[in-house]
Design a protein around this ligand. Structure first.
Ligand code: ADP
Length: 659
């Protein structure tokens, strides 16, 4: 579900929003600075008691004193002294003309008692009518009082803003605007409102393309259908494994129909706050209706569309998701069939979707995408090779043959990886070798030649891989082996590479032979060294899973019989509810253990019989580190391939078994 980030518009603050932000900041600073600004413009002078007593009081120039808040004494000088050279300065007004009426001086006092005492002492010789009038005033500072009220609110607002930015900003809302956009849809609209992807960019999805072409026709020319009374479908659901081109196909529909394309991930609806998801759904449909005809693409719809009522006993944590889903259902019912809004949704788990969502009238069309086959891979390679500079050795047919089980996204990734590898090696053109390196890198990670492995460990790895190789070579139905390597890559220490054949069915015997091939490494270690190492963990995991599938799902076991406990609807919580009795559970466990043990014994027997070949393969591996099919052919002779004899589901994924 990759997004083509290049052509998606990132929501940003508009210039007017930015201006408002700046204005708010400026206002805040101005408010902070206001009191000090006012103070700096008045001519009131601060003075010490001693100077006050000697220069002012003694000259009987004081008119009155106001003691403010028992903290400071504000001194007013008599008007008669305005012309006096000593006082001229304090009578000068800060702005304009006239006389400053005071306070002219200020004394900061320690305690009111001391001040009174000092003043009484200084006035000792004054006549009664000359005594200075002292007033005690309580004043509150309006600014700080106001700040005391406002600041907590500002702080609260700040925290609120921060939280909303974190939770909604992550989806694209930015800055102050995100506070107000919280319940709004976070769907992104493609640049120029239209997708520039067309069906030319989609390869190998012929059938799916045919189906969605209808949608394009509906969008382009709804009249042709409505004329006959037909209703245009409201929703199309694309189902398929990741990377098979669901997003790409949806974009191509929008591109072909030349209509706006809203893209959103199902997960983006679900927030930690209750009610947000539903409000986002409402908003998305409102926006879409304004832009109709258009396409809404909801990726990973299973995030909201999962069956309701499931997991309710886990504390009702899904209430929010359920209300989001209900809103989606309501919206899909609510809009007029011919309003021109078509909802495309993608998922890789159609089985777990709520039945109400996929009933006709909502998502009434289901399109299944699958991993591409050889021919389709070739077409996809052709699309992605188009922009690359390649040399003659690169051939899309060969590349397709080397990449069974790869998805369209894997192929796109390989093409890009090959270009990067070629560029790193300072080549002018990308060659076949770069593509092969890219395939290996994508499958198994980068080669780690610097990993320190002791000679003893190397020997164990070589025999382990040789074990896989020999058993795989001898077992007819196991996929053909292409190469064996003991160069560490990614997490693995060594690897056997297979080229799976494209098969839809795998017989019971083939399953068993594959078990043996996977156990080959461990068996080889035991046969050669008499002891097994921890290197076979990955193999054992695969073997155990496959064995359980054989017994419990495919009905390959005699005791369990033709019974399958597989649940294709995904409705059952397998961790808590088992579809079989305790007794049957025990039998399954026993039968799985027996199956794996038997396969292991058989593998060891085969290896003992082919000890010489095993030794040769391991020695060659130690010598060359990487050996190919041809080397194995020289040691083990030509390989005969098997036939499919019975029916069962098969997987055709590029297999890799590592030590
Ligand atoms: P999904 O949504 O199914 O997970 P995407 O549509 O996001 O997969 O596919 C990811 C990328 O893989 C696409 O951008 C495209 O480059 C490539 N891709 C996938 N399928 C195809 C295809 N059929 N043809 C061409 N490219 C494909």
């Amino acid at each position: 579900m990759t997004n083509d980030s290049n052509n998606i518009e990132q929501p940003q603050n508009t210039p007017s929003e930015r201006r408002t932000q700046w204005f708010m900041y400026l206002l805040f600073f101005a408010l902070l600075l206001l009191p000090s600004l006012i103070n700096s413009y008045s001519t009131t002078k601060e003075i010490a008691w001693q100077q006050f007593e000697n220069d002012i009081l003694s000259r009987k120039a004081v008119d009155k004193i106001n003691v403010i808040n028992n903290e400071r004494a504000e001194i007013y000088i008599r008007k008669a002294f305005a012309g006096d050279s000593m006082f001229r300065e304090v009578f000068k007004p800060a702005f304009g003309k006239g006389v400053y009426t005071g306070p002219h001086y200020v004394i900061h006092i320690g305690s009111i008692e001391t001040f009174d005492r000092k003043l009484d002492e200084a006035e000792k010789n004054f006549a009664a009518n000359e005594k200075i009038n002292v007033q005690y005033i309580k004043k509150s500072n309006w600014f700080w009082t106001a700040a005391g009220w406002i600041l907590p609110f500002v702080l609260l607002l700040g925290v609120w803003n921060y939280m909303f930015r974190r939770y909604s900003g992550a989806e694209g809302g930015t800055g102050i605007s995100s506070i107000f956009n919280f319940g709004k849809s976070t769907a992104t609209l493609l640049e120029n409102q239209q997708s520039n992807v067309t069906f030319k960019d989609v390869a190998g999805l012929k059938e799916a393309e045919m189906e969605v072409k209808e949608v394009v026709d509906f969008l382009k020319n709804p009249g042709a259908f409505t004329k006959l009374g037909a209703k245009i479908p409201k929703g199309v659901i694309l189902v398929g494994p990741p990377g098979t081109g669901k997003t790409l196909l949806a974009k191509a529909v929008a591109g072909e129909a030349q209509v706006p394309f809203f893209s959103i991930s199902g997960a983006a609806f679900v927030e930690m706050f209750v009610g947000v998801g539903a409000s986002r759904v409402r908003d998305l449909f409102k926006q879409a209706k304004q832009k109709a005809p258009c396409i809404i693409f909801i990726d990973e719809i299973d995030a909201i569309g999962r069956s309701r009522g499931k997991g309710a006993f886990l504390g009702g944590a899904n209430d929010e998701r359920e209300s989001t889903l209900n809103q989606l259902l309501t919206e899909m019912d609510g809009f007029d069939t011919n309003s021109g809004v078509i909802v495309l949704a993608a998922t890789n788990r159609a089985d777990i979707l709520d039945p109400a969502l996929i009933r006709p009238g909502r998502f009434d069309r289901h399109i299944y995408l699958e991993l591409p086959n050889m021919l389709e891979r070739e077409e996809i390679f052709n699309v992605h090779l188009r922009p690359l500079v390649i040399d003659n050795s690169v051939n899309s047919h060969f590349l397709a043959s080397q990449t069974p089980g790869f998805s369209g996204a894997d192929i796109a990734n390989i093409c890009n990886e090959a270009a990067l590898i070629a560029a790193r090696n300072k080549k002018d053109k990308i060659g076949r070798e770069d593509f092969m390196n890219a395939v290996e890198r994508v499958v198994a990670g980068i080669e780690k030649k610097s990993k320190i492995i002791s000679p003893e460990e190397k020997k164990i790895i070589a025999y382990h891989e040789a074990g896989h190789a020999v058993i795989s070579w001898l077992m007819k139905t196991v996929d053909p082996i292409a190469k064996v390597s003991i160069i560490p890559r990614g997490k693995s220490l060594g690897a056997a590479w297979y080229l799976p054949e494209e098969r839809q069915l795998l017989a019971k015997s083939a399953f068993r032979e594959n078990l043996c091939a996977a156990l080959g490494g461990r068996a080889s270690e035991e046969v050669v060294f008499g002891e097994v190492s921890s290197g076979g963990l990955d193999d054992l995991e695969k073997v155990t899973k496959a064995a359980y599938m054989m017994v419990a799902y495919y009905g390959f076991n005699e005791k369990i019989g033709s019974t399958s406990f597989f649940d294709s609807t995904g409705q059952r919580d397998t961790g808590l509810q088992k579809p079989y009795s305790e007794e049957t559970g025990k039998i399954i466990d026993e039968e799985v253990r027996k199956l794996v043990n038997d396969a292991y014994q058989q593998t060891k027997e085969i290896l003992k019989q082919h000890m010489q070949s095993l030794e040769k393969v391991a020695k060659l591996l130690l010598q060359k580190e990487v050996i190919f099919k041809e080397d194995l052919e020289m040691i083990l002779g030509k390989r005969s391939t098997g036939k499919i004899t019975a029916e069962s589901g098969g997987e055709n994924v590029a297999a890799m078994i590592h030590a």
